[in-house]
Write a protein that binds this ligand. Structure first.
Ligand code: AHM
Ligand code: MG
Length: 336
């Protein structure tokens, strides 16, 4: 059987995209090209002198790894080359990156991205990922992109996805018509359709949270965790605890197998850790497309939150619908 490649699939499904055909295809294919380049570097990271700190710190005061910088540059260059994108908001850059050529000023789209998420896992050969979201600009075409283009609620995403650099490299994306997964076949250098129309189970048996922060969690979260750990045959409890510390990898596993991922607010971080624009929103878009749910634990749908800042953080409860509902019940009763 001949596999369907990502580019073939995108072209076949082009009609489903409500705007001009071809534009989104070009954007996605440039993203997939950058993903292949990052895959190549990630897979040889242990072989070359590419590990370690790049010396700089990013806007959150965290040390940047060399591969973070590399991935950021590759995705920016690929999107600049697509001629459809007029600007990028990236975890690695404090300000928006504006493409100022005449072609780019006429681009209809902006992209938010975390070029290499889970960076604390790079040096230890554990799965990491790229997360991206695509929006139509709201500022007038023909001019430079503005911050307003990026501060749109997640429900305005026209596409979102992630790349997981794991035991194999996969690209998973949605344009609002289901979620589709492609596995990179390194022998031909193509992403091939391996997971069409992904649906996430309504209930799962995995909970994912950094329990090292337990003491700093609110009572509602603590009570929910205890609920996950108590035996109850009809509801498959106790659930299994699985936490990689790379959002893409934890999310991907739970998406396929069913589960809940929580990054709640804590005593010290009242908005949690994850960033709304390029971490929470894309996974929320994907999970809803797969039949799951994403909220901030306080009953607010992630996709309805109107961002105020580029690097805004938001608590995240994402995964199987029934599990997110249950966690919210505990938050409601005992507080977040
Ligand atoms: P990063 O963007 O600096 O890599 O941080 C985001 C990552 C997520 O991938 C992951 O879910 C989370 O941080 C893990 O944080 P913690 O180590 O606090 O559990
Ligand atoms: Mg990140």
């Amino acid at each position: 059987m001949i596999a369907t490649t990502l580019n073939e699939f995108i072209i076949e499904r082009q009609e489903e995209f409500p705007y001009a055909k071809g534009e989104l295809s070009r954007l996605l294919s440039h993203i997939s090209l950058a993903a292949k380049i990052v895959h190549r570097e990630v897979s040889k990271a242990g072989l070359v002198d590419i590990l370690g700190e790049a010396g700089a710190t990013n806007v959150h005061g965290e040390n940047q790894k060399k591969l973070d910088v590399f991935a950021d540059e590759k995705f920016i260059n690929a999107l600049r080359g697509s001629a459809e994108c007029c600007g990028i908001a990236s975890e690695e850059n404090e300000e928006i990156v504006i493409f100022d050529s005449e072609v780019a000023r006429n681009g209809d789209y902006v992209v938010t991205m975390d070029p290499l998420d889970g960076s604390s896992n790079i040096d230890v050969n554990v799965s990491i990922g790229t997360i991206f979201a695509i929006y139509r600009r709201v500022s007038p075409v023909g001019h430079k992109a503005t911050e307003e283009d990026f501060l749109q609620p997640g429900r305005s995403q026209v596409a979102a996805g992630y790349v997981i650099y794991g035991s194999s490299t996969m690209l998973v994306y949605s344009t609002g018509k289901g979620v589709h997964g492609f596995t990179l076949d390194p022998s031909i250098g193509e992403f091939c359709l391996s997971h069409p129309n992904i649906k996430t189970p309504h209930s799962g048996y995995i909970y994912s949270i950094n329990e090292g922060n337990y003491k700093k969690f609110a009572k509602g979260v603590k009570k929910y965790l205890k609920y996950c750990q108590v035996s109850d045959e009809p509801t498959n409890r106790p659930y299994s605890s699985r936490y990689i510390g790379s959002l893409v990898a934890d999310f991907h596993r739970n998406l396929l197998q069913g589960g809940i991922f929580i990054y709640p607010k804590t005593e010290h971080d009242p908005c949690g850790k994850l960033r709304l624009l390029y971490e929470c929103n894309p996974v929320a878009f994907l999970v809803e497309q797969a039949g799951g749910k994403a909220t901030n634990g306080r009953g607010e749908r992630i996709l309805d939150i109107v961002p105020k800042k580029l690097h805004q953080r938001e608590p995240l409860y994402v995964g199987s619908r029934n599990m997110v509902d249950k966690a919210e019940e505990f938050i409601k009763e005992f507080g977040d």
